[in-house]
Design a protein around this ligand. Structure first.
Ligand code: MN
Length: 453
């Protein structure tokens, strides 16, 4: 008994991105979803190239369909390598590929990346593919749950893709089907926001075009900021009246052909402008290529996870530590207390103003040099005591120099730790100094001797 496929496909740019880098294909013998990765490096070209190469398999398959799928994914890889060679601007473009050949009794799946294939049978949804992502490897190791993976900060990071550089290593497997089965292939714009229950609910009903539309709408409503591509297919008894193949997403406009057909071999001016004007896009770092294939992929994955974990952990630890520190500094203006460290990493602000005091560098007296260098302290309280001590010491030193004046500071709420101030009026003429002393918080030097900063 052999079956045939009825199918529908839909791809939407989504509500956030400006272009659709997903591509999808559905035909009598073939279903494909490819999610282009690369941000500025034109993931739309990568996914289109992949679909263009793989759609040649939409013919009655031979005996060794799995090998054919693998070979065709390699063909896409070779095409991407050629394109990156001819157009260095496109270096770094890559794509996921989830392709299923249908031979009448089973699906023969080739899979690289984090697009997914599902099978709905008797109301039960089964995920056929396993994501090649960092979070999936953490789930597999039991370190995080599926739910945690869904909101993990690195949930977008994929570990395998078709990129024209690294030999693609597709997962290859066959899945027997029966009449009544419904197949879903989708990009992470859908599976990333809809869990199994949500997918199952939207997969019910007829016709398939409505099912596809419901899945896309539900993904967008669930907050997907990504491109969303779904291919749905029903396994039905007997022959179907042949309907034409469907091409959706980036592949529908064949952006790779526009670029490749450029006679100069260079990008057009508008392409270059588009590439250089591209702002930072998280898609650009979505794909983390693996180290060279010298070890088994499990070992490589482990190393990558470890390195990422260590780097991430160390960076996070360093940042956390930096944000537990305070320092006192002045760039010529007021003496200011900062949280963080007096050191900047490009793209990262490691310090924030906590409090701008009314004191100038001169008020710091003997501590002025330390302030100029950025005086590191453990806490805000210590920073405040340090400033107070500097000001008070500065005043105290002055006090030892000359006899105390009786008058000007009385009634200002000033208290002095040891000695009464002496000669202040002479060293700090009232017009310059009084406004600071008479501010909202009276200067209290009684605590400065208890603890050194
Ligand atoms: Mn995506």
């Amino acid at each position: 008994m052999t079956f045939s496929l009825r199918y529908a496909a839909l791809s939407d740019v989504g509500r956030v991105r400006r272009d659709n880098q997903d591509s999808g294909y559905a035909g009598q013998h073939l279903l494909v979803v490819a999610d282009g990765v690369g941000g500025a490096a034109r993931g739309d070209i990568a996914s289109s190239v992949a679909v263009e190469a793989i759609r040649k398999l939409d013919v009655p398959p031979g005996n060794d369909a799995l090998s054919t799928v693998a070979a065709t994914i390699h063909l896409a890889h070779d095409r991407l390598a050629e394109i990156a060679e001819a157009h260095p601007d496109l270096d770094g473009t890559s794509t996921t590929v989830t392709a299923a050949i249908f031979d009448g009794t089973q699906l023969l799946v080739g899979h690289v990346g984090d697009s997914r294939a599902y099978l709905l049978r008797d109301g039960v949804l089964r995920q056929l593919t396993s994501d090649h992502t960092l979070v999936q490897s953490l789930v597999d190791e039991g370190r995080i749950t599926e739910e945690e993976a869904r909101v993990h900060p690195h949930r977008n990071l994929i570990l395998r893709a078709v990129d024209g550089v690294h030999e693609p290593e597709p997962d290859l497997f066959g899945v027997p089907v029966q009449a009544g089965d419904r197949v879903l292939l989708c990009s992470d714009g859908c599976a990333g926001v809809l869990d199994s229950a949500a997918l199952t609910a939207r997969l019910a009903g007829e016709p398939l075009t409505d099912v596809a539309a419901r899945l896309v709408t539900a993904s967008l409503d669930a907050g997907s900021s990504d491109n969303v591509t779904v291919v749905v297919a029903d396994v039905v008894d007997g022959e179907q009246t042949a309907s034409g193949p469907l091409v959706v997403g980036a592949a529908a406009s064949s952006p790779h052909l526009q670029i490749v057909s450029d006679k100069t071999g260079n990008l057009s001016e508008s392409d270059v402008a588009a590439l250089s004007a591209e702002p930072f896009d998280p898609e650009a770092i979505r794909y983390a290529p693996q180290p060279p294939p010298s070890r088994g992929w499990t070992a490589r994955l482990l190393v990558l996870v470890l390195v990422l974990g260590l780097l991430g952990g160390a960076a996070w630890g360093a940042y956390e530590y930096s944000q537990s520190r305070y320092y006192v500094s002045s760039d010529g203006g007021p003496v200011t207390i900062y949280r963080g460290v007096d050191f900047d990493v490009p793209g990262l602000t490691l310090s924030h103003v906590v409090k701008e005091t009314s004191y100038s560098l001169e008020d710091m007296g003997a501590f002025a040099d330390e302030v100029l260098d950025g005086k590191d302290v453990d806490s805000l309280a210590i920073a405040e005591r340090f400033i107070l001590r500097a000001v008070c010491t500065s005043l105290g030193k002055a006090s030892s120099a000359k006899p105390p004046p009786a008058g000007p500071f009385e009634g200002l709420g000033l208290r002095w730790a040891d000695r009464p101030p002496k000669g202040i009026a002479a060293l700090f003429p009232p017009p310059a100094y009084f406004p600071r002393l008479t501010g909202a918080t009276p200067l209290d030097c009684s605590t400065t001797e208890e603890q050194t900063p």
